[in-house]
Each structure stands twice: as C-alpha cells, then as structure tokens.
Design a protein around this ligand. Structure first.
Ligand code: AMP
Length: 431
C-alpha cells in the first residue's frame, strides 16, 4: 500500500517523499487509518518496523485538520519515550514529517540544561516529545501546561516499565485530560503492559505487526563459541578480515563497554562507547560519528542503545549476551531494519551457555553455531557465575531519568520497579 492511499495531506506526502519512502510498512498501513479515526491504539511493534511514522504522520494530519498553526501554541500531542536517544529520534521524525506544516515541537530530556527547554516551551509548542522525569520537572516548574493535551503516545511502553517509569507515567496522567486519544506502542506484551493498557486506554484497537518475541527473519544470526579472554581478539579479527565498516557491539556493563572500546582502539579500529554514565554530549557525538562513518565500532549497553536507529546498519555483535533474553531481540533488531538484510553474531563463552539457552527458548529455535578456526574452546575452563551488571561502574542515573538522581530528589519506587522480576535471579541490567 502506498502512502498516497492513506488519506494524508499533500504537505505530509511531500515530507514522506523527501524521506524517500513511497510504500507504507505494515504497521503504518494499519495504524494510520485507526489513528485518523481518533481511536485508542494498542500496538505491538518493535523499532525497525516504521512505527514512528505510523503515529507521527496521522497525528500531524489530525493537527492539520483542526488547527491552522497561526495561533499561540500549546501542547496538543505528547509523546513519552524511555530514553533520551529515542526521544531525540522521534522528535527528528516529527520535524521531518512536519517540515511543510506550521506546527512547533520540542524535545525534552534530562542530562542537559533545563533553561533552553523552558524557553522553548514557554514560547509555545504543539507537540512535545519527552522522557518522563524531565517532563515532570517542567510541569513542577510550570514551564509547561499539559491540561489541553489531546493525544498521548506511550512509545516503547515495555521499556518504560522496565526502567521503573510507572510512577512518573501515572503522575503525567494526572496532569493531562482524561478525555484524550492514547496510543501505546510496545515490543512485548507482559501482564504489566496489559494492565497499563486497561487502565489508560479506552476500547483500543489492537494491532500487531511481528508475532510476539519473534526476531526478524531478515537477520542472519550466528553464535561463535569462544573463550572469554579471546573474544576481543576474535572480534577484531572479524572486523578486520571481513572489512566491517559499521558495527554496533553490545556489552552487559558500562565497564566492559569502556574497556572494549579502548582495546579496539589499540587494535586500530576506531571505536566509541555509549552508556548511561556518559554525558549527553558525549553520547550524541559518539552516535553521530558512528552514523557518519568516522567511528567504525560503537560499543553500547542495552539501555543506551535503546532506540538507536541507524539506516542500513549491517552488523550487530553481542560481545556479551544480555541477562534478559528479550534484550537479545531488541539488540538484533538494530540491524535488518525496514526490510534491509543484516547480520547478528554472538560471541559466547562457557559462562553464557545458560543465557544462550534462554534466548533460544524465547526464539523457539536454535541459533546456528560456527566454530572459528583457531579459536577452539578450552574444555578445561569451568563456567563462572556472571557478574551482576549493576555492580559495575555506578548505574544510578539512568538514561531519560532527567538527571534527577543527581538533583538529590530520587524517584520513589524506581529501583524497585527496575529490579522487578529480575533481581531475584541477579539479572538487573546496567545502563
Ligand atoms: P522505526 O520503527 O520508527 O524506528 O523506523 C525504522 C526505520 O524505518 C527508520 O529508519 C525509518 O526512517 C524507516 N522507515 C519508516 N517508514 C518507512 C517506509 N515506509 N519505508 C522504508 N523505510 C521506512
């Protein structure tokens, strides 16, 4: 189905065309008409499916139908995201798709100075894309009035719950109108998500574009069994021999992200690390250098990488398997986006065999194993317990939290929520 058949205005079609798209993805085909009808939506879609345009385009259309854009702006559309990176990306889409419309937008997240955001909000905006913590700071300081919001989007709602944002979401709900349109996007549907949906959505239309927890079939997945201490060597060799120019590499902890980036640098591979302890400036710079090709390897923790969207990213490497099997799907979803081919390789040592099993159970299939010549595993090495990522390198200031921990105000219940269902098995994640 083509965008021109979806009832979008000439201005929006022109913006879509400028992005180089003519055919709508499945989520867009389904979501756009429902959002235009004003329905609440419960959508199962991972990043990479084109979901952002799936809600941005019809929401811009609804604004265009109702407002001329000349009047003093106030927030009519609010998009909440779990991380700064995702907020920035959604905002970029709002700007791209709204390029020929008169609406104003702002992106609001923590870790950067609050004052420029305040000025922008006070001047007036129609669309706010925000992480919950910093948005609430603005509400408290009265730099934003959300009492006339017409549409709320909860993007990557599963991740927001994972990160302990439920209390902040509830606080936001209290300051926006009860009568509104609500769209909830989530990659997975846990009971908590279903509960959230039943609480905040009204008679939602339900759509699902990829079967729950199914990794995209366009990603070729391979496991390389290798001893822990030889992983870096094997990785450098693969990057060099196969001449990879752009590879996103995942580690479990901030500490190993830093260490690996440094070691790759010594191997002559330009690398940068991103994680929750890096300043927003450093993260933005690393990401843009990686996108521009001046950094070949970007080493990231799960939370920092959430929402990263790189066109045609060819390679994803799991240098360490994630503690939470669903994260494997999120990770490999960074490649093979929007119909491109991609490869995901996992370097798996004896400590991680149980994690691998859990992932394969979730996928419902075994992942192909390839033994790299010269890297035979040493059978005398015994498995050691995997260190809890959250013990390493701090980890209190999560992305998107608006630096509130630093302001000494804390977040009631946040740690409890982030740990829920995971701490029992020592499976807390580090950002
Ligand atoms: P998303 O799932 O929103 O993160 O989008 C994933 C990627 O798909 C982004 O790079 C989009 O720019 C791209 N994209 C969105 N819509 C389309 C489309 N209709 N055709 C091709 N690519 C698209």
């Amino acid at each position: 189905m083509f965008f021109k058949d979806l009832g979008l205005s000439a201005e929006l079609l022109r913006a879509v065309e400028k992005q180089g798209y003519s055919k709508a993805t499945p989520i867009q085909q389904q979501a756009i008409p429902l959002v235009l009808e004003g329905k609440d939506l419960l959508a199962g879609a991972q990043t990479g499916t084109g979901k952002t345009a799936g809600f941005t385009l019809p929401l811009l259309q609804l604004l265009q139908n109702k407002y001329s854009g000349g009047e003093k702006s106030y927030p009519k559309v609010l998009v909440l995201t779990p991380t700064r990176e995702l907020a920035a990306q959604v905002h970029e889409s709002v700007r791209d798709y709204g390029a020929y419309l008169p609406f104003r937008s702002a992106v609001i997240f923590g870790g950067v100075s609050i004052n420029p955001q305040k000025q922008k909000l006070i001047k007036g905006v129609d669309i706010v894309v925000a992480t919950p913590g910093r948005l609430l700071d603005h509400v408290q300081q009265r730099s934003v009035d959300l009492s006339r919001v017409e549409t709320l989007v909860l993007d990557e709602a599963d991740r927001m719950l994972d990160m302990g944002f439920i209390h902040d979401i509830r606080r936001v709900m209290k300051v926006i109108p009860k009568q509104r349109q609500t769209l909830l996007f989530s990659a997975t549907f846990s009971n908590d998500i279903k509960k959230l949906a039943s609480e905040f959505l009204q008679y939602p239309a339900e759509i699902q574009v990829t079967p729950e927890n199914t990794a995209t079939e366009l990603v070729s997945q391979t496991v390389y069994p290798v001893d822990k201490k030889r992983k870096r060597e094997l990785l450098s060799e693969k990057i060099g021999e196969e001449n990879w120019q752009q590879v996103l590499i995942f580690t479990r902890t901030k500490h190993s992200a830093n260490k690996l980036a440094e070691q790759l640098g010594k191997d002559g591979i330009t690398a940068a690390a991103i994680h929750g302890n890096k300043s927003q400036g450093a993260r933005t710079r690393a990401l843009s250098d990686f996108k521009a090709g001046s950094v070949r390897a970007l080493v990231a923790t799960d939370i920092a990488a959430r929402g990263i969207d790189i066109d045609k990213l060819p390679h994803v490497v799991n240098f360490e398997l994630p503690n939470v099997p669903e994260d494997y799907i999120h990770r490999i979803g960074r490649t093979a986006r929007a119909g491109q081919q991609g490869s995901a390789i996992s370097l798996v040592c004896v400590d991680e065999l149980k994690l691998l099993k859990d992932i394969e159970r979730l996928l419902g299939t075994a992942i192909r194993k390839v033994h790299a010549p010269g890297y035979e595993v040493d059978p005398s090495i015994k498995a050691e317990p995997i260190q809890n990522g959250s013990n390493r390198g701090g980890g209190r200031n999560r992305p998107g939290s608006g630096g509130r921990a630093q302001q000494g105000r804390g977040r009631p219940g946040a740690s409890g929520n982030a740990a829920r269902g995971r701490s029992a098995s020592g499976n807390r994640r580090a950002g």
